[in-house]
Design a protein around this ligand. Structure first.
Ligand SMILES: [Zn+2]
Ligand SMILES: [Zn+2]
Length: 157
């Protein structure tokens, strides 16, 4: 498996990641907007074991956003790097910190109900009002089944 590399703005932190993302998309939720400082966040999902910090582990700051989201950023330059998803065993990497293009390009927009008014989506990718899994879980809830707590949340958890 090809390895991709990435680093933060100041270079204190370097990482490598397998070019094997399971999904990738643009999240428009208000929390991703704040963490990224932009209109949306480009993220790629990969198993925890496929992501390795190769330099500057001590420079990584962590912010516990929720029980399944620990945000990682550079304490020197402030770059947003990833969200650890311990309950799912994933990392949601911020794709803008990669040095090279991943094989899997972002293929959806999520939480578009939280999209800022000053940005227009200009592609034909599928758009989901909340999380990408909310469509399936809405059907579950209609059937009286319990649904994941984050399925219709205003922000990705
Ligand atoms: Zn840095
Ligand atoms: Zn989000």
């Amino acid at each position: 498996m090809k390895e991709l590399h990435g680093h933060c703005l100041c270079g204190a932190i370097e990482y490598s990641v397998s070019d094997d993302f399971e999904y990738a998309g643009f999240c428009h939720c208000s929390e991703c907007r704040r963490f990224s400082g932009s209109a949306f966040s480009a993220i790629g999902g990969i198993p925890l074991a496929s992501f390795r910090v190769v330099k500057g582990e001590e420079s990584i700051g962590h912010y516990v956003k929720s029980e399944d989201t620990i945000l990682g950023f550079c304490r020197v330059c402030g770059s947003s790097l990833y969200a650890q998803k311990p309950l799912r065993g994933k990392v949601h990497l911020r794709l803008g910190t990669l040095d090279e293009a991943p094989s899997l390009k972002p293929h959806f927009h999520s939480h578009v109900s939280s999209k800022v008014a000053w940005h227009q989506i200009g592609d034909e990718l599928p758009q989901f009002p909340a999380s990408r899994s909310a469509v399936a879980t809405t059907a579950l809830s209609r059937a009286g089944k319990p649904q994941p707590a984050d399925s219709t949340s205003a922000n990705c958890k």
